[in-house]
Design a protein around this ligand. Sequence first.
Ligand SMILES: NC(=O)c1ccc[n+]([C@@H]2O[C@H](COP(=O)([O-])OP(=O)(O)OC[C@H]3O[C@@H](n4cnc5c(N)ncnc54)[C@H](O)[C@@H]3O)[C@@H](O)[C@H]2O)c1
Length: 529
Amino acid sequence: MTLKSNLTIMFVKLSKHKKSLDMTTNSIFNTEKTIKLGIWGLGRGQSFINSAKALNINVVAGCDLHESMRARFLKNCPDAFVTPDEDEFLARDFDAVLIATYCTDHAAHAIKAMQAGKHVLSEVTAFFTPAQGVALAEAVEKYGKVYNLAENYPFSVENMYLAKLWREGFFGDLAYAEYEYVHGVGRAYANPDGTPLEPGNRAHHWRGWLNYHYYCTHSLGPVMVITGLRPERVVAFPSDVQNYGVIKGKGRKIDGILPSLGAFAPSLITMSNGGIVRNLMGGTTADSHHQRLFGTKASAEMHPLKIKVGATGSSFNIAVQPAWSEMGDLAEKAGHGGGDFWELYYFARQILTGEKAPWDIYASADVTLAGIQALRSAEADGMPMEIPDFRDKTVRDRCRDDNWQQKHIDPDRIFPDEQRLAITNDFSPAMIALNRAATNVRKALDAIRVFHVALPEDKSKIIELVKSVRDSIPEYAVTYARARRIADAYPDSQGGRAILEMLVDVGAEERVTNTNALVAELNEFLLRK
Ligand SMILES: NC(=O)c1ccc[n+]([C@@H]2O[C@H](COP(=O)([O-])OP(=O)(O)OC[C@H]3O[C@@H](n4cnc5c(N)ncnc54)[C@H](O)[C@@H]3O)[C@@H](O)[C@H]2O)c1
């Protein structure tokens, strides 16, 4: 079934469902059946616990390698079973698994869960290589279990409203869209709960190196769900400029190492109607989630949402504030603008009623492959790439052994093999502290430079920021010294270079270590401002 027909059914049934709710049943799905859910990966995975309660889904088991994550899970679900051992976890009696393990491992984990007889809601992205995607699609077909991708951005109130208008023909055909997920990469050195990695002499399992093209579902996903179109071809240029403080190789042309989440990753995608989408992801110095959608009859942009009517360049621009037609109270409480509620809702609905959710395995493959093929295009200096359609078995055959993947740094070896662990194991905690200190210093010093032209309300914010940074400078100096010790020991290592960039290029190390002079300078600003 196509993405479009799934979506059409979804909205028809939503209105039917409203009637059944009105007929006073205490079950959201008008059934006595419930779902027993296990959560595999207890960082992001725990964001779904409250929505699960609202949907009569019982969270009965959890699995995570990290003790701190398991302890937090037991606080949230005291009666649940929890283990670090995935086999012990999957052997338990429950119906469905929410997979929120490392991004690059989802296909293997989804297949293993289906083999164990569980339905799967997999966090983004669906798989890491085309070959894994083929294996996953065939496992879904073989085991007959429900498989959904937990791509949540299409289900914000604004995007759901745009989807409704789109289906009514309001926008006409897709001419062009720009959707983006431009979001900094603060967590390349920490666990999901912010605690340092252990051992600390490495970068995060995947956030430490993954190229942003892979993480393309939050921007392309909404366009696909709104328009019902699939991506067919993609082109991208290589981007070698990376943010300060991220672990890097020597560059695409020297050692073939492609940038991490600390670089921009724009691509242009031809959709199945011939329209074009600019899909932009990026690790950045300024997060943004701009979205623009141009149909042949009308267009829209956000945030906030504005609908432009009149099919002309000088169109009438209407600011709108849509609301959910139902269950808004439940969706409002969930993360990501309600998207976290709706994706769990559709998954539960498909298990309990058989009604298809938007992100079946084929749509999940489309959106995931668009990122893989974009990176491949960038590596090939902008050669356009087909986005294979896994609904077609002959296409799958072509991709069955396609194990192409990003050449990347080894996150476990960012210091020399003969490193002194007494020094390098402090990398993760020191980098977490340095990141906070150095970016705060940069914020304050640069805000002062534009203070004289700032608006009054921003002037007050700058003053508060400068006061807080001034008071923290002595503590920051200690943090800088702690990080400097590691960099001085291994200045040519990937870890050492990342520290040096944070210290020198971002953190104005020379000024912070000259603590009294910097405090005096900030006081001087506060006096004369
Ligand atoms: N849709 C969204 O808005 C959204 C938001 C955040 C994260 N995510 C996705 O969720 C996933 C998890 O992200 P995260 O933020 O929690 O960070 P993360 O990738 O650091 O966390 C993964 C967690 O899974 C655990 N884990 C990994 N392999 C395991 C295994 N074999 N057995 C048991 N536990 C294992 C790790 O210990 C870790 O706690 C990622 O794929 C990410 O893309 C999606």
